[in-house]
Ligand binder design. Structure first.
Ligand code: PHE
Length: 458
């Protein structure tokens, strides 16, 4: 347990891996479909506001706890908390969150690989809109196929993690992130100029606040809160771990701003790719989780060179998903190595099996177990697991981080400031202490409670 902790080899490595953890299916799959469900631009505006007002300070808090403790969330509070306090119980909540996230994430990542192969092998060529939708449906009804792809995701990701932090995680993720950023710019440019896409741009970029009333303001706020925390990976120590892999040469606020900007850019660009395409091909943007799978193959079919562009698109979806799965696996591995004396290899072997088994319910939720509709008519096990993480664990866990960093009976403001601000770069503004300590948690809790009320009791 006392071996030297392996570090990232460079600052760029740290930023790209943290951004890789943040940038994932949340940006390229969830953000577009939630935006579509909640009426477009007004939702986007609230989401961005939440990112800046709530997400950014919480991100700094998490990275600080990681760097100061030099541990994953499994041990970080044990190291930093004042003697006799109970903050360390948070680990169970946070660790559960990381596992539940992977319980559905691996399945959706598997869909991306399936679509990549299908696209690359010409499986969509010449199909019309209905035929394309039915491909998605028949994938969902095939548990063996989905399990197979899910297992590939788990094996490849743990395989990369098993090569170590620098040689595995850092090396591979760095390359994937750079390619992903380039590819997105190209595809967004392509989509914006589609004929008939202007209406999509309007839907996406011109806020229409009356749409908010239609969905219920509180529900929209609740969804935006969940999405903002989900996309930044905050609230359960997933990103804190990367704070433990860097030294004190850079202040953490500056790094958090970079991560947030990269993450937001990718989400916004995903919207730019998808909404013009929806409107250009007459597909309703409120289709939900199936959105990109039933929209985009149409676009690529109608585009010169579409098979190539489509394959590249799903390839970048795979990169985004893998960079997150690898990051969360790294975190899960460090739970094992922080809490026990087991070797990295043993911890990986155990979790490989555990995560495959845990991912099965999500796969079966679309076929064998489709009768399990815990969130109401038509909902799936995936929806339920996502709801537990995005709308419960992340907001509540974020509040715990903020209180831990600002309260005297926690790690405390002075320690937090010293950690966040050591190194060169942007400093955390001292003047916003009152806001961070009192107003921010109240906003999060308010939206949380009211969101529940309007979802379940109205
Ligand atoms: N931010 C990741 C995404 O956008 C998801 C995630 C959430 C990862 C929470 C870790 C923790 O896909």
């Amino acid at each position: 347990m006392n071996q030297q902790r392996e570090k990232f080899s460079s600052r760029l490595g740290f930023i790209l891996i943290s951004a890789g953890c943040a940038i994932g299916l949340g940006n390229v799959w969830k953000f577009p479909y939630i935006t579509g469900q909640f009426g477009g631009a007004a939702f986007v505006l609230i989401y961005i506001l939440f990112l800046i007002l709530l997400g950014l300070p919480i991100l700094v808090a998490e990275l600080s706890v990681g760097r100061a403790s030099q541990k994953s969330v499994a041990m970080s509070m044990d190291v930093l908390q004042p003697k006799g306090t109970k903050w360390h119980y948070f680990k169970y909540f946070a660790m559960a969150g990381n596992y539940i996230l992977m319980m559905f994430y691996t399945t959706v990542a598997g869909w991306m690989i399936y679509y990549f192969f299908k696209m690359a092998s010409g499986g969509f060529v010449g199909l019309d809109k209905d035929a394309i939708s039915s491909i998605f449906g028949s994938m969902l009804s095939n548990p063996v196929l989905m399990t197979g792809y899910m297992i590939i995701v788990v094996l490849v990701s743990f395989g990369i993690c098993s090569r170590g932090l620098q040689k595995g995680v850092e090396k591979i993720t760095k390359v994937m992130m750079v390619l992903l950023l380039l590819l997105m710019v190209v595809l967004a440019t392509r989509s914006i100029f589609l004929e008939g896409g202007e209406e999509g741009l309007r839907f996406y970029l011109t806020p229409n606040f009356s749409a908010l009333k239609e969905f219920g303001v509180l529900e929209v706020l609740f969804a935006a809160l969940g999405q903002a925390f989900f996309t930044l990976s905050i609230g359960m120590g997933a990103i804190a771990i990367f704070g433990s892999y860097i030294d004190r040469s850079r202040s953490l606020t500056g790094e958090a701003v970079y991560i947030t900007i990269l993450d937001t850019m990718v989400a916004l660009m995903a919207g730019l790719i998808i909404f013009p395409a929806c409107f250009a091909y007459g597909i309703n943007p409120d289709a939900g989780p199936s959105l990109i799978f039933i929209t985009l193959p149409n676009v690529f079919n109608a585009m010169p060179g579409g098979r190539l562009w489509g394959s590249l698109f799903f390839l970048f979806m795979c990169f985004a998903a893998f960079s997150t799965v690898i990051a969360v696996f790294e975190n899960i591995i460090s739970f094992g190595t922080d809490l026990t004396n087991a070797s990295r290899k043993k911890v990986i072997a155990f979790n490989l099996v555990a995560i495959i088994l845990l991912s099965i319910p999500c796969v079966l939720g679309f076929n064998v177990l489709s009768g399990v509709q815990l969130l109401g008519e038509g909902s799936t096990i995936l929806d339920f697991e996502d709801f537990i993480v995005s709308n419960n664990i992340l907001p509540l866990g974020s509040v715990v981080y903020v209180l831990f960093c600002t309260w005297k009976m926690g790690w405390g403001w002075d320690n937090f400031m010293a950690e966040a601000n050591s190194g060169v770069g942007l400093k955390f503004p001292k003047a916003i202490r009152f806001y961070v300590q009192w107003i921010l948690p109240v906003i999060v809790l308010f939206v949380f409670v009211m969101g529940y009320k309007s979802l379940f009791f109205s």
